[in-house]
Design a protein around this ligand. Structure first.
Ligand SMILES: Cc1[nH+]cc(COP(=O)(O)O)c(/C=N/[C@@H](CC(=O)O)C(=O)O)c1O
Length: 398
């Protein structure tokens, strides 16, 4: 019956979590999956989340379905975070937003919506990108291509090639963009480059789909949303998928959102209805617990302020680990350039290690990075950073 079903090779990122859990090396270090661990190597529960949990704690409360679109406060929280609390586009009711099952659910709902209403559209992702981007859009039946992005030789963006490529695309083709904290490279566009790129998107009438999963881990909440707000200012139609997994440390609660910026309120109403229908036929409605936590933290001014400072503390610890690792590696591997550790942004660093060197880190030292050489810097802390630096220095001798 199922003999034709192919074996699943496993996910290059999530598969590492299983391997890591089974690794008996007492010195093992998880620099694989994009999860923030604190200075003690523990996945934190934010103080603002604890307060929100206390407010809703009632183990005997009923658990009704949420609406297909999720809680109004969850949706409002996404909109204020992405577009700015008093943004005209929100006052004009031109944004259709649904709460989703994490950022992954947002991408899936968006991909299914586009596949249905723009059946000729092709999707183009950065080279490289988060591996699941390709799987999600192909899973929605879309053809997925790659646009030039990361220049291995210089460690920067191949901006001229990217622009030239965008100029070859067709109306309504989708370009999947990382507004900040690019995954896996950590290499972001400057604001001037965003201005130029979005101008080409406008001229070619492309559909920009911005996936922001690390807002607050780059510079700050507003700067990290620059590309999103610039696109709105330019009057572009825009899809935005956002995730609270990392910046609320609510990974397993599966909380995110999909927002679609429309030219008119009437069109936003139509899109909102079809987004609800798309949710209904994929997973029907979103989880309630995480949605209630998002609602409280995002809409209580005091908790929101506390949340922002907690995200910035996570951001700053990652930046401190970048500086420390760079200085230790420079002392251990003189002559090799480690500037990328401090020029790259957000949770990830593209180390440039070969697959063989990455494999040696895992098998000989119990240090886990993604095979494409992505390192989750948030897995570093004062007690493991020297061990990691020594191991990297060792494999770099090859
Ligand atoms: C760019 C990006 N977008 C969306 C997601 C999905 O977020 P969620 O809200 O959990 O559905 C992730 C997760 N990335 C990390 C975990 C994973 O691969 O699922 C990672 O890159 O390690 C991203 O890195």
């Amino acid at each position: 019956m199922f003999e034709r079903v192919e074996f699943y090779a496993g996910d290059p990122i999530l598969g590492l979590m299983v391997e890591f859990a089974n690794d008996t090396n007492p010195n093992k270090v998880n620099l694989g999956v994009g999860v923030y661990y604190d200075e003690d190597g523990v996945l934190p529960v934010l103080e603002c989340v604890k307060t929100a949990e206390q407010r809703i704690a009632d183990p005997f409360a009923a658990r009704p379905y949420l609406p297909m679109e999720g809680l109004p406060g969850h949706r409002k929280g996404c909109q204020n975070l992405l577009f700015g609390k008093d943004a005209p586009v929100l006052q004009q009711n031109r944004v259709a937003t649904v709460a989703t099952i994490g950022g992954s659910g947002a991408l899936k709902v968006g991909a299914d919506f586009i596949s249905k209403w723009f059946p000729q559209a092709k999707c183009y992702v950065s080279d490289p990108t988060w591996g699941n981007h390709i799987a999600i859009f192909e899973g929605s039946g879309m053809e997925v291509g790659k646009y030039p992005y990361y220049d291995k030789a210089t460690g920067s963006v191949k901006f001229d090639e990217l622009i030239a490529f965008f100029k070859t695309l067709n109306k309504n083709d989708v370009v999947l963009l990382h507004p900040c904290c690019h995954n896996p490279t950590g290499v972001d566009l400057t604001q001037a480059q965003w201005d130029g790129l979005l101008q080409v998107v406008k001229e070619r009438e492309l559909i920009p789909f911005m996936d922001i999963a690390y807002q607050g881990f780059g510079e700050d909440m507003d700067s990290d949303a620059y590309a999103i707000r610039k696109a709105v200012d330019m009057g572009l139609p825009l899809f935005v998928s956002n995730s609270f997994s990392k910046n609320l440390s609510l990974y397993g609660e599966r909380v995110g959102g999909l927002s679609v910026v429309c030219p008119t309120e009437e069109e936003a109403d139509r899109v909102f209805g079809q987004l609800k229908f798309t949710v209904r036929r994929i997973y029907s409605s979103p989880p309630s617990h995480g949605g209630r936590v998002v609602d409280i933290v995002m809409n209580d001014d005091e908790l929101h302020e506390q949340w922002v400072s907690e995200v910035y503390a996570m951001r700053d610890r990652i930046k401190a680990m970048r500086l420390k690792l760079k200085s230790v590696l420079e002392s251990k591997v003189p002559g090799r350039n480690f500037d990328y550790l401090t020029t790259q942004n957000g949770m990830f660093s593209f180390t440039g290690l070969t697959p063989e060197q990455v494999e040696r880190l895992k098998t000989e030292f119990g240090i886990y990075m993604v095979s494409n050489s992505r390192m989750c810097v948030a897995g570093l802390n004062s007690s493991n950073i020297d061990y990691v630096a020594n191991a990297m220095a060792e494999v770099l001798k090859d």
